[in-house]
Ligand binder design. Structure first.
Ligand SMILES: N[C@@H](CCC(=O)NCCCC(=O)O)C(=O)O
Length: 271
């Protein structure tokens, strides 16, 4: 086995959703599982929304054990919103979908992963979770903010319509995104009603939409890889060169961690 053939273990965050029959499922969209396998070359390990089951110390121990076994974390998107009490926001508008079990899992998971140099790739809700976990805030309805466009997707039954490129982003020179893509402007899809209001103090802005809305950031002082995107690179990732450059960078970081975690004989074989 060589380092390039090593398939890193990538945690994929799940939502807790009602199953319509009085029960609950821990659920992940298949496109995230497919992206972890095909775009990142990893082995996806679903992370249930277990945060409410553990008190503080037990949660810390659970996250330590979990992250000891993983080479990276993919923070997925979701129609549910981060609950505003996590960032001092006003109560959500009636009818807003939330997922408190997911919030109770991902927010401490993010802080733990960042502190322990576990590579993190955050998508849409995932970006919003990273921003809140590290002390930032969110707009709950970006399209109602003065000067902002509507960043929500069409409500088509056709995924390719909903995930079609929707607007350009400006990539800030000198950051990770610019280094990975070598471009100043790319078109991205857009499927969100929430968005970054106050960027987390440790975050470095990497890209903005033409209306100034945050579209990507990194955390330069994090010991490991971290890239947070408001758009969805996982949709048809293999057909999108921009997406593949980003997944390749995440995959490289995960493989490096995997090799470092391997036992000596396996590590020697992977070199
Ligand atoms: N609910 C938040 C986050 C939006 C988001 O993640 N959209 C994608 C949902 C479907 C998918 O997983 O692709 C917001 O509205 O901003």
């Amino acid at each position: 086995m060589t380092l390039s053939s090593l398939r890193p273990l990538i945690g994929v965050t799940a939502c807790l959703k009602e199953n319509g029959r009085g029960g609950w499922h821990h659920a992940v969209g298949d496109k995230y599982v497919q992206a972890a396998i095909r775009a990142a070359g990893g082995l996806p390990i679903l992370i249930p929304a277990f945060g409410r089951e553990f008190e503080d110390q037990a949660m810390t121990e659970a996250l330590d054990r979990l992250l000891d076994t993983l080479d990276g974390i993919l923070l997925t998107g979701s129609p549910s919103n981060v609950e505003p009490h996590h960032y001092g926001g006003e109560p959500s508008r009636d009818g807003t979908a939330h997922d408190p079990a997911r919030d109770a899992t991902t927010l401490p998971l993010i802080r733990h992963a960042v502190d322990h140099a576990v590579p993190v790739f955050a998508i849409c809700r995932g970006l919003q979770e990273v921003n809140v976990a590290l002390g930032g805030t969110l707009h709950q309805l970006v399209h109602e903010v003065e000067g902002r466009r509507d960043h929500r997707s069409p409500r088509s039954p056709d995924m390719d319509v909903n995930y079609a490129p929707a607007h350009e982003i400006e990539i800030l020179e000198g950051g990770l995104l610019h280094r990975l893509l070598g471009e100043k402007r790319v078109r991205v899809n857009s499927l969100h009603a929430q968005g970054v209001d106050q960027l987390a103090p440790r975050a470095r802005l990497e890209a903005v939409a033409d209306d100034g809305q945050v579209e990507a950031f990194t955390v330069p002082d994090a010991p490991g890889f971290l890239l947070a995107l408001q758009w969805h690179p996982e949709h048809r990732a293999l057909e999108n060169p921009v997406s593949m450059k980003l997944f390749d960078a995440f995959a490289d970081a995960c493989r490096q961690r995997a090799a470092a975690r391997l036992s000596e004989p396996l590590r020697a074989a992977a070199e």
